[in-house]
Design a protein around this ligand. Structure first.
Ligand SMILES: [Zn+2]
Length: 116
């Protein structure tokens, strides 16, 4: 009972593929699970390829939106990190100047000590 319900739901969410026979152009229908396989045409009996179902345009649009959202997120993160690097580069430069000043002060003090 439960199994039957599940398989029914699966069929509903698994639309059929409508296509045409490669030989006689007859309109054919196959289950989505047959995509990419060869089936015998119901009209002429020859083997014909079941095409892949087309991706619905809404799904494709959502996919593009998702990629663009990720790109935007990536860009803002890169801008943030670039900002941190710039800030720390400035800070590093300040510390280097401060150390240079302290070194000069040390040299001066040692010179004063030696002079006495
Ligand atoms: Zn055919």
């Amino acid at each position: 009972m439960d199994t039957a319900k599940t398989s029914l739901r699966k069929t509903e969410s698994d639309p059929d593929i409508f296509f045409h026979c490669q030989h006689c152009k007859a309109a054919l229908v196959a289950n989505k699970s047959a995509a990419g396989m060869n089936l015998a045409c119901q009209k002429c009996g020859q083997q014909t390829l079941v095409p892949q179902p087309e991706v619905p345009s809404t799904v494709a649009a959502e996919f593009v939106d998702e990629i663009q959202r990720k790109l935007k997120e990536n860009e803002s993160q890169r801008a943030e990190i670039t900002g941190y690097i710039n800030q720390l580069t400035i800070q590093l430069h300040r510390w280097q100047l401060r150390l240079q000043t302290l070194n000069e002060r040390k040299a001066q003090l040692e010179k004063d000590l030696g002079g006495k």
